[in-house]
Design a protein around this ligand. Structure first.
Ligand code: NAD
Ligand code: UDP
Ligand code: UDP
Length: 349
């Protein structure tokens, strides 16, 4: 193994973190948290908003440019006194006063991040630098949602945080993979150079309600196809594997990481591993046994296997996923049926 023996995890920084705002020390405000979520109108972000809003001490600010997210995901909070929604692109500077920053802004689906790759890099590099500049100015703690894609097409299996990865620097996925790798580097450099309090989550494939229906990701494709009586499209060879984490488990892991003591990087994902053919069979069995499974060409640089080692998350955060894939698929089906039905009734009227 491991070219990662000197991995940057859990540094003790020599420099103390920047001073938080004086409000932090005021008796009345001390207990309150002002939390910024970039990309909070997206799939994972909007579930994180829901969970953070449950705590009456939290004020939540979302910034999002709505590239892949939608106000609809947050409509139940709009107008709430502890909630604020700002249309903003993180590649531009942002001045707000907050205590915590969950930095999620970045398209996650290959179709979207490949659509404008230069913009994807700007979002990961300039966007992350801006959020780190903000964290430095206000003394906030910042969490980055990095990705299992930093391991590329991994030569170690399952992937541990110490693995440095096998990433093509010039391929069509590189804007995302390398973008996130630079974002991680920036996080550690701000931590070492400026004493910023950082947390890095390496998220593995996550699924659940509110995923974009036609975003091309495998579970959203299969579930929408099964509901619409269409063939399930398995990209070749079909033996490639992924591990799928239900979104409520993911949000729980992110919040534990933010409030814990470990900088990360920490893998957050579900170690249950499936081939894409097995996944198609499961969706077919659960949702629509009449549909056919067909194979089609794959896209370049598709990782052949992916499964997190979550030993560190268990030990450091006391976290492990609870929702089984079959239960999660049912919950996602329910949400997709409602939204597809609504879409149909709107187009008929
Ligand atoms: P998503 O596309 O649903 O959400 C991303 C959000 O960021 C969207 O609301 C989008 O409009 C917003 N956004 C994009 N570029 C922006 C910009 N320049 N300025 C402001 N807002 C911007 O994706 P998601 O699945 O919710 O992913 C959230 C985060 O988790 C991303 O950082 C992603 O890389 C990471 N992640 C997700 C997965 C997964 O399986 N869903 C896996 C690994 C990592
Ligand atoms: N920044 C921001 N909000 C802030 C503070 C900084 O968006 O509250 C941006 C700032 O515009 C800069 C980036 O964050 O482009 C990095 O800030 P830093 O202070 O590290 O760098 P500098 O401004 O010294 O280049
Ligand atoms: N995939 C598939 N059929 C689809 C969409 C994707 O077989 O309709 C495969 C794809 O080739 C990849 C896996 O599913 O091997 C996961 O793809 P996704 O885009 O969901 O996520 P990522 O590649 O980022 O893990």
């Amino acid at each position: 193994m491991a070219n990662g023996a000197q991995n940057g995890g859990n540094h003790v920084t020599k420099k103390p973190p920047p001073e938080p705002s004086p409000l932090r020390r005021a008796k009345f405000f001390k207990a309150n948290m002002r939390i910024l979520i970039t990309g909070g109108a997206g799939f994972i972000g909007s579930h994180l908003v829901d969970k953070l809003m449950e705590n009456e001490k939290n004020e939540v600010i979302v910034v999002d440019n709505y590239f892949t997210g939608s106000k609809d995901n947050l409509r139940h909070w709009i107008g709430h006194p502890r909630f604020e929604l700002i249309r903003h692109d993180v590649t531009e500077p942002l001045f707000v006063e907050v205590d915590r920053i969950y930095h999620l802004a970045c398209p996650a689906s290959p179709i979207f991040y490949k659509y404008n790759p230069v913009k994807t890099i700007k979002t990961n590099v300039i966007g992350t630098m801006n959020m780190l500049g903000l964290a430095k100015r206000v003394g906030a703690r910042i969490l980055l949602t990095s990705t299992s894609e930093v391991y590329g097409d991994p030569l170690e299996h399952p992937q541990m945080e110490t693995y440095w990865g096998n990433v093509n620097p010039i391929g069509v996925r590189s804007c995302y993979d390398e973008g996130k790798r630079v974002a991680e580097t920036l996080m550690f450099d701000y931590h070492r150079q400026h004493g910023i309090e950082i947390r890095i989550a390496r998220i593995f494939n996550t699924y659940g309600p509110r995923m974009n229906i036609d975003d091309g990701r495998v579970l959203s494709n299969f579930i929408a196809q099964a509901i619409r009586d269409e063939d399930l499209t398995v990209q070749l060879p079909g033996t490639q594997t992924r591990s799928f984490c239900y979104v409520s488990d993911m949000v729980d892991g992110l919040m534990r990481l933010m409030e814990g003591d470990n900088t990360g990087p920490i893998n957050i994902g579900n170690p249950g591993e499936f081939t894409m053919l097995e996944l198609a069979e499961t969706v077919k069995e659960l949702i629509n046994p009449r549909v056919k499974i067909v194979t089609m060409e794959n896209t370049p640089d598709d990782p052949r296997q992916r499964k997190p080692d979550i030993g560190k998350a268990k030990e450091e955060l006391g976290w492990e996923p609870k929702i089984k894939l079959r239960d999660g698929i049912r919950l996602m089906e329910e949400d997709f049926r409602k939204r597809l039905h609504f879409q149909e009734s709107v187009s008929l009227s």
